[in-house]
Design a protein around this ligand. Structure first.
Ligand SMILES: C[S@@+](CC[C@H](N)C(=O)[O-])C[C@H]1O[C@@H](n2cnc3c(N)ncnc32)[C@H](O)[C@@H]1O
Ligand SMILES: [Zn+2]
Length: 353
């Protein structure tokens, strides 16, 4: 067991994944946990009760409690690590005064609670789908749900059968697969929510190539759009219109989905987070610059379907690759990606005429 510090807390954990324990510290996710802290800090609510179904060492949940000061009670759960979580809660007790904290060692698939929670966090290894269905039972229309997925081979189109099996959608390897993965994950969570009479709305996402995390709120009123996208099998052209043949080159279109077709984040949420970061003394000093850059880029991003990359255009048109700085509507999801409302034909004309 090693000793670590992250944000304002200190804690014990394994420093690498051991088969015997699995309760290891993943420093790569530090930014994501800081984003989590900022997201919750910026909510205009307090006295929340939270549940973390996969606590690991407890670093995320303890940081959430210690740094947001939004929670009056919090339940930690992990099938393997109650002893470590309890120890880590003890050594951080000065930051957790007055909060009602409980530690459970249930299998999250069968976690039972009579309570409704304001915040539920589902952060397993692999797909969150089997655990989200029971977790939705603990939510109300005012709750926030955070869901992570690490099965990016399935979501991003490398393992199509696994994606169909787990998410009920066909993904495809494309230049914009990062977005397809996010849209498929959101779609599945939205479907599961609908089964419980809740309309899910994605507020924020985090993506690092091997990991997708999405924060949801719920509403009673409006259901999001779910449907298909169509990708040309020979050229970069893609559309949300149902067509058999590519308008640009006449080749066959491949149907992708079903996908979430509405916005994949909320500009209001991003604005609130930026404003919180700028106007409050947070404990997020170490990640402040990267959080600011992330949110600033997201705020400027067009919340529309798909992006092109300079490399796919260069390889398709057999022309030197354009500098990405030439394009104003960049995306956080690819360093070479930009968004446009133009059709592929219009884009080609604007680029090369
Ligand atoms: C990805 S880690 C959680 C990381 C933690 N949320 C963080 O941010 O540091 C997944 C954890 O899930 C636990 N786990 C695996 N299967 C479980 C199950 N069925 N029910 C509850 N916990 C489980 C493992 O022991 C591991 O600690
Ligand atoms: Zn085509």
């Amino acid at each position: 067991m090693d000793f670590f510090k992250e944000g304002t807390i200190k804690f014990y954990a394994e420093n690498k994944q051991l088969k015997s324990s699995g309760v290891f510290y993943n420093p790569i996710r530090k930014f994501d946990r800081s984003l989590n802290v900022l997201f919750l800090s910026s909510l205009n609510r307090s006295n929340l009760n939270g549940l973390e179904l996969f606590s690991g060492s407890g670093v995320r949940g303890i940081r959430i409690c210690a740094e947001t000061k939004k929670f009056s009670s919090f339940d930690f759960n992990d099938i393997k690590s109650v002893a470590i979580i309890s120890k880590n809660l003890r050594i951080n007790k000065d930051h957790l005064n007055g909060m009602e904290l409980c530690v459970h060692n249930e299998n999250s698939k069968f976690y039972v609670s009579k309570k409704k929670y304001d915040y539920v966090d589902v952060d397993p290894f692999g797909s969150p789908v089997p655990y989200t269905e029971p977790a939705l039972g603990f939510l109300s229309r005012k709750s926030i749900l955070a869901v992570s997925a690490t099965d990016t081979a399935a979501l991003l189109g490398s393992a199509q059968r696994a994606c169909l099996r787990k998410y009920g959608s066909l993904s495809l390897k494309t230049s914009y697969s990062n977005e397809l993965g996010i849209r498929i994950l959101i779609k599945r969570i939205a479907e599961l929510s609908e089964d419980k009479g809740l309309h899910a709305k994605p507020l924020l996402f985090d993506f690092d190539g091997n990991f997708i995390r999405v924060y949801f709120s719920f509403s009673a009123s409006s259901q999001g759009r779910i449907g298909y996208a169509y990708q040309c099998s020979k050229c970069p052209s893609r559309t949300l219109k149902r067509i058999e043949k590519c308008v640009y080159c006449g080749s066959k279109m491949t149907q992708i989905g079903p996908l979430w077709l509405d916005g994949i984040f909320s500009k209001t949420t991003v604005k609130n987070m930026l404003s919180f970061l700028e106007n409050n003394a947070t404990n997020l000093a170490e990640d402040r610059t990267s959080l600011h850059d992330y949110l600033f880029t997201l705020l400027a991003e067009k919340n529309i379907f798909s992006y092109y990359t300079t490399s796919e255009l260069s390889s398709f048109f057999k022309k030197p690759e354009e500098k990405i700085s030439k394009f104003s509507d960049r995306t956080i999801l690819s360093s070479k990606g930009f968004r446009t409302k133009l059709s592929f034909g219009e884009l080609a004309e604007s680029l090369w005429s």
